[in-house]
Design a protein around this ligand. Structure first.
Ligand code: G6P
Length: 473
């Protein structure tokens, strides 16, 4: 019996070391839910970093034993590896480059060496449990070299790779000194997936420029193997968000928050702390709106949630300071005793609080400078399915904009356009809101996370069959 092995930098759970012992906190993320139906079955396994450091091998074996019950295999990383591979190469080299912030990228050979070593560690963990007929699904930019490293040991195994962040145009990608090795690492997969057609097109153009391989209809010949490249826009757990929106706990929270906030209309901004999300630009647009449309002062507030992320990386620390300065300045300038323009939360919130925020917000302002997909906008739409009220303002630089053309689409560099979009959203008649929400809901309900997983798996089976047929010709 063959099994499926999922590989990602983080496991779908976080181990926390507390004085009273270890805590195992499951992840709320969409990927964990979508792949839950796979990795929890039979002998299937999820391989990844448990998110904490352990003092000795006894502690590590305890964690390994405990995670085995959850069908997970941990890859333990040292503080130095986290510094060089995760904070360094993954998040100071690849992340900024792939999000078109190449001026932020550092090209540090030591980071690259660590990235190679840690990718080998993940590949070795997979190899230690893999058998010939297994299917391996590797996720995201932290593990670009893993597919080929596994292929070296198992020439016939089935490997899928999905990149959750954008793939930049070749003129940006070429800046990386290790561009060839990265592409060759990905080539170990049989299927390489991206969120959008444009990411796929950029990848194919990089392939033809860097390793001079031509392709037709997304199929690249690598040695005697055909590698398929395709796009799979990721969806959300639709039923979860539409269901939470009408749950008693969310309703009770909404009521409680409403009583404190009074009669203001709310605009929602909710992201991880990241410069790719365009938070300062969004705050500046909000400030310009209050300046240009003074009649809205005391009538609207911004709910600003920033989820802490990668806070050891310098650019993220700076961004936090920048956001806090801006929030302070805007609140200082416009606040009244009975009204706060921006309610700022720098922390993760429980899922029911998030659902209540979605439910209470008249407008969601989702304006990243660049985003592979963006799931917040889809969660907002799903949370509004029953109510039929709410307006989404969405950046055209988010992968989701390709699917959600019924949102008000904006260029996050165009402040005037963002201000006008806010005005349009706040004055949009209810029937028009419902019309757009219905169209978007139909689409994200159908193309949900389960659909995404199935589509990827079906394409992986398809390319493997093609390869077999070619071999017998
Ligand atoms: C993005 C990436 C994921 C990553 C997540 C959180 O969505 O595509 O691979 O896990 O951000 O970032 P973190 O660095 O905390 O894992």
């Amino acid at each position: 019996m063959s099994k499926i092995i999922i590989v990602s930098n983080r496991l779908p759970l976080r181990v926390e070391k507390k004085a009273e012992g270890m805590k195992f906190k499951p992840s709320e993320g969409g990927l964990a839910t979508g792949l839950g139906s796979i990795y929890k079955e039979g002998d299937n396994v999820w391989v990844g970093w448990p998110g904490a450091f352990f003092s000795d091998s006894t502690e590590e074996s305890n964690v390994t034993l405990r995670l085995k019950q959850e069908n997970m295999l941990p890859v333990f990383l040292t503080q130095e590896e986290i510094h060089n591979y995760y904070e360094g190469f993954s998040n100071e080299t690849l992340w900024p480059t792939y999000h078109y912030f190449s001026q932020y990228a550092v090209y540090e050979p030591e980071f690259w060496e660590s990235y190679k070593r840690v990718n080998q560690k993940f590949a070795d963990a997979v190899v230690s449990i893999a058998e010939k007929g297994d299917i391996v699904w590797v996720h995201d930019y932290q593990l670009l070299l893993v597919p080929q490293m596994i292929r070296d040991k198992f020439p016939d195994i089935t490997i899928g790779f999905f990149q959750h962040i954008p793939f930049p145009s070749f003129e940006v990608f070429r800046l990386l000194p290790w561009r060839r090795e990265l592409i060759q690492g990905m080539f170990g997969a049989d299927l390489i997936g991206f969120h959008t057609y444009d990411d796929m097109r950029h990848f194919l153009s990089a392939v033809s420029r860097v390793v001079a391989k031509s392709n037709s209809s997304g199929i690249i010949e690598v040695g005697n193997r055909s590698v398929l490249v395709d796009s799979f826009p990721m969806g959300i757990d639709y039923d979860k968000y539409s269901g939470l929106a009408i749950s008693d706990e969310t309703g009770e929270r909404e009521k409680r928050y409403r009583e404190s906030l009074g009669d203001v209309r709310l605009i929602l901004s909710m992201d991880r702390l990241d410069y790719s999300k365009g938070i300062p630009q969004r705050l500046a647009a909000f400030e310009a709106f209050l300046t240009n449309y003074p009649e809205y002062r005391e009538k609207i507030s911004l709910l600003l949630q920033v989820v802490p992320s990668r806070d050891k990386v310098e650019k993220y620390k700076k961004l936090k300071e920048e956001i806090e300065l801006l929030v302070g300045r805007i609140n200082g300038k416009f606040s009244r005793i009975k009204w706060t323009p921006i309610h700022y939360f720098y922390r993760s919130l429980p899922i029911n609080a998030i659902s209540a925020f979605y439910g209470m917000s008249d407008v969601a302002l989702v304006t990243p400078m660049r985003d592979g997909m963006n799931l917040v906008c889809k969660e907002y739409i799903a949370s509004k399915a029953h109510e039929g009220r709410g307006v989404l303002i969405l950046s055209e630089m988010a992968g989701a904009a390709k699917e959600l053309s019924d949102a008000i689409l904006v260029n996050p560099n165009n402040q005037k356009q963002m201000v006008e979009a806010l005005y349009r959203a706040l004055t949009m008649p209810a029937p028009e809101q419902k019309k757009h929400l219905d169209v978007m809901n139909d689409s994200i309900k159908k193309y949900n996370i389960h659909h995404w997983v199935k589509l990827f798996m079906d394409r992986l089976t398809f390319i493997k069959e093609e390869q077999k047929q070619q071999a017998t010709k």
